[in-house]
Write a protein that binds this ligand. Structure first.
Ligand code: GLN
Length: 462
């Protein structure tokens, strides 16, 4: 049962909130020792006393939140030793809006430290495991959120997507993950990684759940200067069960033969299904795809190096005492950050340094513009773009030891992130018994068409 169906039953009173919470906590008790999706968890009893929330649209249901999104009542650790004891004095707008609609925060989920990674192995508090095979990763960086939803420890969760961190773990865990248009959902209270790319998105059991949560989360927020001046909208009521009249582009760069025969067969099957539902599928080309990864790793790392400069041991938790301020800052950062975060800071600081700024950061910014223009041109020919979310299903823990092979997991999620476009991952079938995600990308603010098409494909591919 998805959240949508569950809410109908809660409203009809043939199910009570305590039934829901009992069920979730029974799952948690049984599976959490293996999966390790949560970094902190609400007391069950607290969720059972929702104080009038039952009358609101979300009926008091618990929702899990990635631990780089600020919440009251729980620590916000970003899965970093540096913030292990940090408690935010305020709450993210996206969370506050879900609460205002009647949701409760169930707990905070595991992630790659500061959302840097694609496997959740970079968490300072131990990895999360994939519900389909505990020897494999759940993807990342929102691996805890995706695993919790996949294994029914949570009904729905929030993740953050900078370069793919909502979509890729959703794909690897066999659930739905939506990255909204940049600026549609407020970033206020999302701990900054790369501010020009960061978004908050829902990870859910179904497309209509993603549409439902987006309807509550979206809309202008004066506390985020990049928030778009738009009123909230209803993304659920216009979901249609077909793709009549839609033109879907399959970029040949998103289906290279290196994906292997099983993946290519699934992609063929998606195209055939889309056509049966009334769409026209055409091959298109996005030749700049190959430049997206280096562009992203320059821009995201540059922004990260600036954003993470605030963790100096002065204001935020971890402080290693040392003689002299410079030494204290150096020690706190050396012991507080994990290796991947340090790599990004080093890379970003280099890319921004005086003699190299234009050669690296400036150039990456120009390529980013070209990538956005390439998508813009594609929208003259097609309504949506389809392809796999990730090149492979879930890989084994410890399998990807060099950073480049890990970065390649985001090959198909990064271009749309650079362009600020909305994109969704839905279950697209299995390869060797493991989920393989189908990604749909839409034009800026094209969430209604995107969600409707995703819903039709989700139903047809079940
Ligand atoms: N895996 C990508 C990275 O490590 C994307 C992360 C994200 O979207 N937060 O940067």
């Amino acid at each position: 049962m998805d959240l949508y169906a569950l809410l109908l039953r809660l409203r009809r009173k043939d199910l009570g909130l305590h039934d829901v919470v009992d069920e979730l906590y029974a799952r948690i008790e049984k599976l959490e020792p293996t999966i390790h999706a949560f970094l902190s968890l609400a007391e069950k009893d607290k969720l059972l006393a929702p104080k009038g929330l039952e009358k609101l649209p979300l009926c008091g249901v618990p929702i899990a939140v990635k631990d780089n999104i600020c919440t009251l009542d729980f620590p916000t650790t970003c899965a970093s030793r540096l913030l292990a004891n940090y408690r935010s004095p305020f709450e993210a707008t996206a969370v506050a809006r879900l609460r205002a609609a009647g949701a409760q925060v169930q707990g905070k989920t595991n992630l790659d430290e500061f959302a840097m990674g694609s496997s959740t192995e970079n968490s300072a508090f131990g990895p999360t495991r994939n519900p389909w095979d505990p020897e494999r990763v759940p993807g990342g960086s929102s691996g805890g959120s995706a695993a919790a939803v996949a294994v029914s420890e949570a009904l729905a969760a929030l993740g953050s997507d900078t370069g793919g961190s909502v979509r890729q773990p959703a794909a690897l865990c066999g659930v739905v993950g939506l990255r909204p248009t940049y600026g549609l959902v407020s970033r206020y209270g999302l701990v900054a990684f790369a501010s020009s790319l960061d978004t908050i998105g829902p990870i859910t059991r179904s497309v209509r759940d993603a549409a439902l949560l987006l309807s509550f989360m979206a809309g202008h927020d004066p506390w985020d200067s990049t928030s778009l001046p738009l009123p909230p909208q209803d993304y659920v009521s216009n979901l249609r069960p077909n793709l009549q009249g839609l033109k879907i582009g399959l970029p040949k760069e998103y289906a290279p033969k290196e994906l292997g025969p099983e993946a290519l067969n699934l992609i063929d099957h998606w195209c055939a299904t889309a056509e049966e539902l009334g769409a026209t599928v055409v091959e298109i080309s996005l030749p700049l795809t190959e430049y997206a990864l280096p562009t992203y790793y320059l821009i995201a790392s540059a922004e990260a190096s600036a954003n993470l400069a605030r963790y100096d041991g002065v204001r935020y938790t971890l402080r290693i005492p040392a003689p002299g301020v410079a030494e204290m800052i150096a020690q706190s950062r050396t012991l507080g950050f994990g290796p991947e975060v340090k790599r990004r800071i080093a890379l970003g600081t280099f890319a921004l340094s005086a003699g190299y700024y234009d050669q690296y950061y400036g150039k990456a910014q120009r390529v980013r513009t070209l990538i956005a223009q390439e998508f813009q041109k594609a929208w003259e020919k097609v309504d949506l773009i389809m392809g796999p979310t990730s090149p492979t299903p879930a890989f084994r823990l410890g399998e990807k030891t060099d950073p480049i092979s890990m970065y390649l997991s985001d090959l198909f999620t990064i271009p749309s992130a650079l362009a600020g476009l909305p994109a969704i991952s839905i279950p697209g079938g299995k390869i060797d018994g493991l989920p393989f995600g189908l990604q749909l990308i839409g034009p800026r603010l094209g969430e209604k068409t995107l969600l409707s098409a995703a819903w039709a494909l989700e139903e047809a591919l079940k």
